[in-house]
Design a binder for this molecule. Structure first.
Ligand SMILES: O=P(O)(O)OC[C@H]1O[C@@H](O)[C@H](O)[C@@H](O)[C@@H]1O
Length: 347
């Protein structure tokens, strides 16, 4: 009985995935005119760029906003990477190609175009771009002075956020990197996570660093354990990378930086940085001149850029991951802890 239910659910799930391919096809067929916009959105608003460019830029407006952005995006991005590590879901192009390669499968009669940007190496669920983008928009909206004003200004704000979100979803659907449900679920998870955190924000900011650091270390341990558990269960931990290798038209399109294990190192590094920075309840209210903030943040980001250029990609995976973990930890630690202290002292 139970097995039948499971079989039915799996059957329904695969039918849903096949049906959703039509949505990707529709977006590619009808909206090709907006391809430059979709490319721009997927390339420049991807989570790494948000961390390295957009968040520091927005942080010039105030330390409170910067701290909130770093915290929210580190958390949301880590949840996304963990999910991708535990259960990498299909991406539309992989699934479509597999269906055509399998002689016994029913072919859906759909054609999807593959792009250089379609060669992602992590699983599809949840859409990392949509999750980080939702978190960024939510945090900005919480800091806008219009939030408490008239209904009309709030409505305008929500409509604008909705349009920005829609643009990201369409971009991912157009590049055939995500199914629609992966984009919708990503936005839903980001909103629920941030709403729950928002209620306890002051408490979280006031925490001492011991327990948060321990929790991040436990997460690192969990990530490593998942790897070995998968090996033990004969599940390929690098399934998504292999799928990408199999179906990407040109292997040079694939980037080290988007492999699931790298994403985990990056996001756990960011989380470690914010955990070490705790408590930050006083620091986020430190005031400093906008021009001072701009210069301070510019210097941090130039140094971060130089460190990124020197990423040791050719000396083995372990060094690469350790370096990324530490660089990201240092980056977020400086942004939320050292920078406000330094700027406060100079002003
Ligand atoms: O999950 P998506 O939207 O397909 O993106 C895949 C990955 O793309 C990378 O470019 C991002 O840095 C990651 O954070 C993201 O997870």
């Amino acid at each position: 009985m139970d097995l039948n239910v499971l079989r039915l659910a799996a059957d329904y799930y695969h039918k849903l995935l096949n049906a959703e391919l039509h949505i990707n096809e529709w977006v590619q067929d009808r909206l090709f005119i907006a391809e430059p916009v979709f490319r721009f959105v997927s390339v420049y608003l991807e989570p790494s760029n948000l961390f390295n460019v957009l968040i520091p830029l927005l942080g010039v407006c105030g330390q409170d906003l910067l701290t909130h952005l770093v915290y929210a995006l580190s958390l949301v991005s880590a949840v996304s990477s963990f999910e991708k590590w535990i259960y990498p879901e299909w991406r539309p192009l992989w699934r479509l190609r597999e269906l055509y390669a399998n002689q016994h499968a029913i072919r859906p009669g759909i054609a999807l175009q593959s792009h250089d940007l379609s060669c992602e190496t992590s699983g599809g669920l949840p859409c990392g771009h949509s999750m980080a983008w939702t978190a960024l928009l939510m945090v900005i909206s919480m800091h806008l002075p219009i939030t408490r004003r008239s209904f009309a200004s709030r409505l305008t704000m929500y409509i604008m956020i909705g349009c920005c979100m829609l643009c990201m979803w369409l971009s991912r659907l157009y590049l055939a990197t995500e199914y629609l449900h992966q984009c919708l679920l990503a936005t839903y998870i980001a909103i629920s996570l941030l709403s729950s955190c928002q209620r306890h924000l002051n408490y979280l900011y006031a925490q001492r660093r011991f327990w948060p650091v321990l929790m991040v270390l436990l997460l690192v341990y969990l990530a490593i354990s998942i790897y070995f558990i998968k090996l033990h269960l004969e599940i390929d931990p690098h399934w998504s990378v292999r799928q990408a290798f199999k179906w990407c038209p040109e292997p040079t399109y694939m980037r080290h930086e988007s492999s699931p294990i790298f994403l985990l190192a990056r996001d756990l590094g960011n989380l470690m940085g914010v955990a070490i920075a705790l408590p930050v309840d006083q620091l986020r209210n430190y005031d400093s001149k906008c021009s001072h903030r701009f210069v301070g943040i510019a210097i941090v980001e130039i140094l971060n850029y130089i460190l990124r250029l020197f990423t040791p990609k050719q000396h083995g995976r372990f060094l690469f991951l350790a370096y990324e973990f530490m660089r990201n930890a240092l980056h977020s630690l400086i942004l939320v802890k050292l920078l406000p202290k330094l700027l406060h002292r100079t002003s």
